[in-house]
Design a protein. Sequence first.
Length: 552
Amino acid sequence: MAEPSKGIPGPGRPWLHSLATKFSIFSATLTLWIGVTIVAFDLRHDAFDTGKGFLLVVVILLVSAAIARFATRLLARPLARLQNGIRDVENGKLESIEVSQTGDEIQFLGESFNRMIMALASSEKQIRENRELLEKRIHDRTSRLEQAMRSAQKANEAKTEFLANVSHDLRTPMNGVLGMLDITLDHELPPEVREQLQTAHRCARSLLLLLNDILDMSKIEAGRMTLEKISFDIRTLLEDCIKSHQAKAAENRVELRFEVSPEVPDQIVGDPLRIRQILWNLIGNAVKFTEDGAVTVWICHQSASEGAASMLEITVQDTGTGIPADKLLSIFEKFTQADGSVTRRFGGTGLGLAITKKLVELHHGELRVESELGHGSTFTATLQYDAQDAPQELALSSAAAPIKAAFDRRRILVVEDNRVNQKVVTAVLAKRGYAIELANDGREALAKLEQMGPFDLILMDVQMPVLDGLEATRTIRRDPRWRTVPVIAMTAHAMTGDREICLEAGMNAYVSKPVSPDHLLQVMDEYLVHRPAESGAESTLTADFARQGGGV
């Protein structure tokens, strides 16, 4: 707050400092000086008269009083009103002051001060109205944003729920289709029938790959895809990918070649599923767009500075159609292909490279492409990885036979409400010689456990009538008799977070449908090899094998 002018007495200032007092004192002093001068002059000339002196004193007092009254009326009071008005304005009180009608500069100053107060009041009123309007607009805009956010959240939840339902409803019958085709192809069939069934099997696998791509893209966009840290052999993984594309390569008269640099460790730590997906997409694209020539895959160790993470460089080169220069950047976008016309020769959704690029970035790497139309393309992906010494291989002797026999006599409870899936799983487990018991829902599974005692392993579906798999598993874990029985989720729920939900419910592992027989048996063996069998001889063999770090 600004200090009051030094010429105007403020709060706490003595009255002596007021302008009227100063003016009165000055006028009285001047009058007194004149009177004293007159008296001195008379005394000097010996003409002083007492009556004259008394009259002079009276005149001086009257003149001083008149000057004081004049100063108070014409100066002090108007200025005091101005002072009070200034103090009110300083305190935020914008009200007009009473102006003395003196007809001079003080009146003009007071009227100007009132106009200034009116202008300030009007400005403050306008500012207040604008602030209220702005606050109202901000409130309305915030309300609309909140409503839009809630709508977006609901839409996202609806999309997630839709994808989950579609995933479940597609995977359940697809598991039956693929399972029945696998079972049928294991029998002796006429060549023509076998070829037709193999074609149907490949088509079903293509549908499964499309479904997996859509779900993977949904996980990536939600930022919920995580990478595992598992030790695996990159050479074996590459060989598997090459073998998977051999049939299509032979059909296109394409030679598939691959090489892994000796600098790459025998065992690396990473996510084999996602690295396989990267290799699968790059090799599959190269084979698809190459009608004649060769596709070459190189995997080498990329040299890095000291202290930096190890990088794996994957290069896939083909002699195919190539990519136009104006399409090189857009091919990594979703649902985009180099040839998007209705006359394009090569099918696909355009998700493969978009997912591959995202997966490479999750590995803290980079995906690059070099291509020339009509002269092929070269895709290079760099992935961060951790090296690990190769584990010692366990030499399986003739003891493997009795161990397999021990597995063959294991009792498995399959909890599944779908009849077709029951047949598929039963056929897969029957090949191993497992003793299988079926339950149609969670309540029936609990009744089987009560009636038939503990099982060696339980395969549990999640979505079932009466009692779902999650609640059934929680009930099993609360009972000390069954607390250690391995429970493996075998479900068509494959969305982000479904695996974690199953594990939180007490399940030991998670297998998504459609179930791969080899993968299912591998997961089951990981738990059965560490679980003692019911008979003493089987328990000893299994325990010895487990202590050696073995697995099936």
